[in-house]
Design a protein. Structure first.
Length: 311
């Protein structure tokens, strides 16, 4: 079975021989080809087939620049039996919600460009992250209610339309502490978006961080799941966790290798057998210091889980 990984797996400074995440970007800028060649060689050594591009320096622009063209990038992937399956779209977490209306032409142009790139690479899914919530009891209070969610859902519909014109599926990612991760919030955005244009990419670990049950979420929305990040977590984070620029880094203390946390992957694998998946399992080992052996252990785990639930 083909198994992939999100490139956030390679975000640990120790893997690159540096001390900080900022220095990882410096390594990439100094010699992009060597940076990406090491990633691709590591994926091949681990037995990985698919990959999901993510934020810089592990993004589409960085990959194309490293090899000089999309054709050269495709060749570098092909000789290692690698495929780009999906691409993470971070713009909605970087643009303030109140600026979405004025930024919509820019956002839709970025979706169009990302979809065109995915088509050229043989990819299928554009994974969209949504904006973060405000910290609990922040002043003034901010609520994820119908008035807040409806304009975002409308934009997601138009993003999905722009991607679908190229045969690419837009999928909401359930990133912890965003407005679309807690089970009720996922339900809200699934209700408000058009299922023909907006799908779902659940991440069990992030749902656990929000105190949710990934199996319950997948059960309700399996008909819209086109990809899933295979990731595990040990427990929920406190509801009053401060949500600042470092929130994604602080998630990592709760993440663990597959099978060592609360996610019931046997149940999830059984549900995924009914999902309209557009790619294989996407493993995510957030900022792993030794990604190759960890990915190999993950491949063994996923093969066991999917094999047990094969028809």
């Amino acid at each position: 079975m083909k198994i992939g990984t999100d490139l956030v797996t390679f975000y640990n400074p120790a893997f690159w021989g540096v001390r900080t995440e900022a220095e990882v970007a410096t390594v990439a800028a100094a010699d992009g080809r060597a940076f990406w060649t090491r990633i691709f060689d590591s994926l091949h050594d681990a037995g990985i087939t698919g990959l999901e591009l993510t934020f810089p320096p592990f993004d589409q622009a960085g990959a194309v620049a490293a090899f000089g063209s999309e054709a050269a990038l495709a060749h570098a992937l092909k000789i290692r039996n690698l495929e780009i399956w999906s691409d993470f779209f971070p713009a909605l977490d970087r643009i303030p919600v109140h600026e979405y209306a004025s930024a919509e032409p820019q956002i839709l142009a970025q979706v169009d460009a990302a979809a065109r790139f995915l088509v050229a690479m043989g990819g299928k899914v554009l994974v969209a992250g949504l904006p973060c919530r405000r910290t609990f009891l922040s002043e003034p209070p901010a609520f994820v209610d119908l008035a807040f969610a409806a304009p975002i859902a409308s934009l997601l519909n138009r993003m999905g339309f722009a991607a679908a014109r190229h045969g690419i599926t837009l999928a909401i990612h359930t990133e912890a502490h965003t407005v679309a991760c807690a089970p009720r919030d996922v339900d809200l955005f699934m209700l408000l978006t058009d299922p023909r244009y907006v799908s779902l990419c659940p991440d069990p670990a992030h749902i656990i961080l929000e105190g949710g049950n990934p199996t319950d979420v997948l059960t309700r929305h399996v008909a819209r799941v086109v990809a899933m990040h295979w990731k595990d977590a040990t427990s929920a984070m406190p509801v009053d966790t401060p949500i600042g620029q470092d929130i994604h880094t602080r998630h990592r203390a709760y993440f663990c290798e597959l099978g060592n946390g609360q996610a019931n992957f046997a149940q999830l694998a059984a549900l995924l057998a009914r999902a309209p998946l557009r790619c294989g399992p996407i493993m995510e080992l957030d900022a792993c210091p030794r990604p190759v052996p960890a990915l190999q252990r993950g491949i063994t785990f996923i093969n066991h889980m999917v094999g047990e639930n094969a028809p």
